[in-house]
Design a protein around this ligand. Sequence first.
Ligand code: ADP
Ligand code: ASP
Ligand code: MG
Length: 452
Amino acid sequence: MIVMKFGGTSVGDAAAIRRTAEIVRGRLPRGPVVVVSALAGTTNALLAAAEQGAAGNLVAAIATVEQLRERHLTAVAELIGVGPDAEDLAATESVLLDELAHLVEALSVLGHRTPRAMDAVASLGEQLAAPIVVAALRRAGIDAVLVDARRVLVTNDEFGRAEPQPEQIAAACREHLLPLVGAGKVPVLGGYMGATPQGVTTTLGRGGSDYSASLFGAALEAEAIEIWTDVDGMLTADPRVVTGAKLIEHIRFDEAAELASFGAKVLHPNTIAPAVTRGIPVFIFNSLRPDAKGTRITADAPRHSVRAIAGKGNTVIVKVRSARMLGTPGALKQIFEVFARHRTSVDVVTTSEVSVSLTVDDDQFLDAVIADLRAFGDVSVERGRGIIAVVGSGLAEHTEAMAKAIAAVGDTRLYMLSLDSTGINLTMVMDADAVKPVMQRLHDAFFSDPAA
Ligand code: ADP
Ligand code: ASP
Ligand code: MG
């Protein structure tokens, strides 16, 4: 059995969905379970409609809903044509879009958004996409069956980034997915969404369909987890940021996880952990070039001094200074407890005898964090920073590589610098607008083709 996840561009329109059906057909002997994202751009449009509704701009919100209706019904017509099947599918889509219209109206009455309502809205992209993909697969002669992801992907009720419950997911997958695969059918589920044990809809956080796929893969002890996307695999850097990014054919779990956490959007940061628990290889393939090599991610790929570079902006630095208490035992623990209490995860940490600097991506609860941190000393916040991660499992041992990385940074101002305990990730915090040029310089230093 394998799990195949198709991202937004792989199901973006009728032509992409047809290509996806052919890719699934090629894997039928391996017992695929298919996970799909929303049609590209849909989740952004859904969240925009919800924001417009909550801001009292109902006319704009409904216009967004109608654009989504048009887009999904066009895909249905192009894939299924006319007739009873097309009518049934169009009716299914319309019911979901009517539900969306009611939700944005409700938000406009409330005048503010609630996390639970936002998840109900955000999950509609995957709820709309999955039945279309099922119908297209059936049209292509594949015995596909729609499974509501909320019956299997059990989470807690942290709306917006719900925590999956692996044991309950494993039991539900055994109950609802295994018999289908055993009977030669292809289950199709929406990614990104789940539900609490009480059945309330949740989401795993943006980009979470990759995570859904690896959770299902681990629950089913699949042979492989395949992530089908719009690039040839994991590259040496984001091709939208640097020129000359190259395919990585084989990379280690730990390296891929670090890259995903520091901006390599091709994988949701949580995708690797469930695969590691069961030693399941993760592959990344391009749905536009299904015969290309792709990337294989396993525990045992050869070590490299530098394997790839990732970067991200929107980083906030929080600094706590106190000559009095930071040297005392337990001080760091208490500081981290503040972040944990406010559900804010920390990316990079550096310390000195009298100060500690931490970075966060998500400033949703930052005001509360800062208020609590003031108990420890002076607190300052710096916005507009970015992070670059230079990742390679042999980085710490290769002093030349380390020197080259530092040299490539040149005279760019660094606010924080850290090497993780396993020595595979050199992380540098700089101004957000320095991230792109420094990434290019680092990439040129490590990956430029000597023949070019
Ligand atoms: P999907 O909708 O299929 O999930 P995403 O947009 O989430 O696709 O992820 C694919 C994108 O990730 C690529 O188009 C690319 O711009 C970006 N990306 C960032 N870093 C990397 C990297 N190191 N290798 C490949 N792609 C990357
Ligand atoms: N559709 C969701 C998003 O855009 C989940 C995903 O694509 O992985 O965030
Ligand atoms: Mg993605």
